[in-house]
Ligand binder design. Structure first.
Ligand code: FAD
Length: 321
């Protein structure tokens, strides 16, 4: 598609398609300098540290800005991808033709009222748990070491060490496909293992409220420290990754099946099945998304041949080859 010069807010020039120029002109009507970025390497926004260039990245600061931005993108037929911390995401090496809407630090306010803590989607889980403790609330320690955003965690029904989001979510404010902001109750979200209705209906999570208990915060902090120590001991946290790549198949552990198929340490390019935790694929240096995706396919094939179990990815895949 033909590209034309476009002057960015800080007077640098980039080339963009006519559609994107028109879209940016409209977004500039309500977003401030620094909330629209151009030619953004997705390797800087995914914990795998891989992925090509996104045409534009939008960083909304309020629910209204999320709604208005997505409406403009839709009206201009610009594809969009909403992300949080990119910790469960592979963006292919061709990048993303369209707009990545990142809900992160500028959309991360947390408030507490009685036993309820409410967080905008860009808040980190670590900050959520930390703030809960500061207000004498406990119960979500299992989530404190998951490196995702609150929005991404609710969509994924993230969990660990016997707890998951569905245990504590009370209400969620979402943006529906018609750009209405609605409140949904936990029971309407049909949470199941690493899944929720939000993955199917395309709703965007703006903020989430969690019901916690007044508890022994000292004990809760000790549990959090203990769980984080277990993560450091068992997970290859010194390498870029997206955590466990595959969902746990019924009656099995993905890591065990992978190890039994002889794939511990198996490497394609810069992507490796971790020796420390075979459920993790790690970027040992210079991996491309293509290396990771080839390794995922190889693992699925070999595990199926060896045990007859079809491994399903937990990690989400987006973008172009
Ligand atoms: P992203 O990766 O940014 O997005 C994930 C998906 O959610 C994408 O499809 C995206 O489009 C969508 N999405 C994101 N935000 C929104 C939103 N606001 N509204 C609608 N859709 C949205 N996960 C666990 O469950 N348990 C663990 O113990 C765990 N350990 C991990 C350890 C490591 C070292 C790493 C790197 C990852 C781990 N993960 C774990 C995976 C990951 O952290 C979680 O899935 C997390 O909840 C993803 O949040 P995110 O903000 O990074 O989402």
């Amino acid at each position: 598609m033909a590209k034309i010069p476009y002057t960015k807010i800080r007077n640098e020039q980039v080339t963009v398609t006519m559609e994107i120029k028109n879209t940016i002109d409209t977004l500039n009507g309500f977003l401030k300098a620094g909330q629209i970025l151009f030619d953004v390497p997705m390797s800087e926004h995914t914990t795998f540290k891989t992925g090509g260039i996104a045409d534009i990245m939008v960083l909304p600061g309020t629910g209204e800005e999320v709604a208005a931005s997505l409406k403009v993108l839709t009206q201009h037929a610009i594809p969009f991808l909403v992300i949080g911390k990119g910790s469960n995401l592979i963006v292919r090496d061709g990048g993303f033709r369209g707009a990545v809407v990142k809900l992160s630090d500028s959309f991360a306010r947390i408030s507490v009222s009685h036993d309820t803590i409410t967080a905008e989607s860009g808040a980190s889980l670590a900050e959520l748990v930390h703030t809960a403790h500061a207000h004498g609330l406990a119960g979500m320690e299992y989530a404190g070491g998951i490196p995702g955003s609150v929005g991404g965690a609710v969509v994924m029904n993230a969990g660990a060490y016997g707890g998951e989001m569905k245990d504590h979510v009370d209400t969620v404010n979402i943006l529906d496909k018609d750009f209405n902001i609605l409140q949904m109750r936990a029971q309407e979200l049909h949470f199941s293992y690493r899944s929720s209705a939000l993955q199917k209906n395309g709703a965007i999570v703006l903020s989430s409220s969690f019901r916690l208990e007044k508890g022994d915060v000292q004990k809760a902090k000790e549990r959090l420290n203990d769980l984080n120590r277990q993560r450091r001991e068992k997970q290859p946290l010194q390498y870029p990754s997206a955590g466990s790549v595959f969902k746990r198949p019924a009656g099995h552990f993905a890591g065990t099946l992978i190890e039994q198929a002889g794939l511990k340490g198996f490497t394609i390019g810069g992507a490796q099945v971790s020796e420390k935790h075979t459920g993790f694929i790690i970027n040992i240096g210079g991996a491309s998304s293509s290396d990771i995706l080839k390794l995922i396919s190889h693992v699925q094939k070999r595990v199926f041949e060896h045990s007859g179990v079809a491994l399903e990815t937990e990690v989400k895949i987006a973008g172009e080859d």
